[in-house]
Design a protein around this ligand. Structure first.
Ligand SMILES: [Zn+2]
Length: 405
């Protein structure tokens, strides 16, 4: 790789990811892959070149993706593919994410070590894609949610400790547990408990011992509370949470990753006839509860981290901006707060320095034509995506498609 140049980005409005009002008419200096000084536009810089944009935001962070899935209406088709084609699909989805402005993702469950090895290939510069934080295989009870898409079936505290160690050995940087049933697994009831509190506690103690954070897929209130009592770091989905669960989220300083697009995309395409009936039925039953409950959690002050469950039906990796829009339109988060969830807060959950534009942070940023606060859809089509201080993708004038480099 060539040494990263020193350059400048002149911003009409700089949204730094913290939720603060934008700084206007400032220039961000980028050097050696990191953010340098932020100076007024009229101050001279010795940058090699200068880019300009109406708005600048941090690169987006999607805290919940499945790189092996591509938004197929029936996820069952993925089962018919070979391990190699799954790897190729994951690599293509990584590239699509980056081109759409997603500079970091957390993969919360793939078969084998696909996402882990893809992470390393991207870090080496062999393949375009976001920075990946990978969980390896999700850990579920025997026959539990996700067992058919590469989940590691575990039963009992020692078996789950062994499963955590297996992911660690494979190179995982976080762990995913399945606390309740889910939408996409036939027969799994979303509100019902799956892994027990005791099993999750054993997994979390083991993971935390090795410095790995733990995420729990949890839709039902009882499973959410089991995961929180066991010491979980983030609740994924959280759809059927109640007031007690909100209090526990606050008390435990746990994050909520609401994956609003997952249920919404299934619901919006309910009548297209391409999705299994049981999937449409379960998602439709959750839709209204999701809107009400996640809004309540947000208003109560729960830390919301952006994550879309990208890869699930019609929920494409390159459409992460839709999750940000839904946080605004469905949950009532102001645009800057929704952006913060998808940048600073998601970055904090992942334990990365990315997600905030400030001196010393990784230079992951998006150059936008519009203004986020008047039009959240401005995030859909970044003009340029900068990752690690280099242009990762840019849109030619008038073109709807992005090209790498
Ligand atoms: Zn998921």
């Amino acid at each position: 790789m060539q040494p990263a140049p020193r350059f400048a980005v002149r911003c009409g409005r700089l949204y730094d990811g913290t939720g603060d009002p934008p700084q206007t008419n400032v220039t961000v200096i980028i050097e050696a892959g990191r953010i340098g000084q932020i100076v007024a536009n009229d101050e001279p810089t010795d940058a090699e070149y200068t880019l300009e944009a109406a708005s600048v935001t941090p690169g987006l962070i999607n805290a919940h993706v499945h790189l092996e899935f591509s938004g197929e209406p029936d996820i069952g088709v993925v089962l018919l593919t070979t391990p190699i084609s799954k790897t190729l699909v994951a690599a293509a989805n990584a590239r699509r994410s980056l081109e759409a402005g997603v500079t970091t993702v957390r993969d919360l469950g793939s078969s084998g070590s696909n996402a882990i090895e893809l992470r390393d290939a991207i870090a080496k510069g062999d393949h375009p894609g976001p920075t990946i934080v990978a969980a390896g295989r999700a850990l579920c009870m025997t026959g539990g949610h996700g067992h058919f898409v590469g989940g590691r079936e575990v039963d009992g505290p020692w078996d789950i400790r062994k499963a955590v160690r297996e992911q660690l050995k494979a190179g995982a940087e976080c762990i995913k547990l399945i606390a309740t049933g889910g939408v996409l697994t036939k027969g799994a009831i979303p509100g019902q408990d799956q892994l027990t509190e005791k099993e999750m506690r054993a997994a979390i103690v083991e993971a935390h011992t090795h410095g790995l954070r733990v995420a729990a897929h949890a839709i039902g209130a009882s499973g959410i509370k089991n995961a929180l009592r066991a010491g979980i770091d983030s609740i994924e989905h959280g759809t059927l949470l109640d007031d007690e669960a909100i209090e526990m989220l606050l008390h435990h300083n746990a994050y909520l990753v609401p994956t609003i697009a997952a249920v919404s995309c299934i619901f919006e395409h309910a009548s297209d006839g391409k999705q299994p009936d049981f999937v449409v039925r379960k998602a439709s039953a959750l839709y209204e509860a999701m809107r009400a409950n996640i809004s309540r959690a947000y208003r109560a002050g729960v830390a919301i981290a952006g994550g879309s469950d990208a890869g699930t039906p019609y929920n494409y990796h390159e459409k992460y901006a839709y999750e940000v829009e839904l946080m605004n339109t469905l949950i009532g988060m102001p645009p800057r707060e929704a952006l913060r969830a998808a940048t600073q807060t998601a970055g904090a959950l992942l334990g990365t320095e990315a997600g905030v534009i400030a001196a010393g942070r990784p230079a992951d940023l998006l150059l936008l034509d519009g203004d986020l606060e008047t039009d959240t859809s401005a995030l859909r089509t970044p003009r340029r995506v900068i990752k690690g201080g280099a242009t990762a993708a840019r849109r030619e004038n008038g073109s709807s498609s992005m090209v790498c480099g």
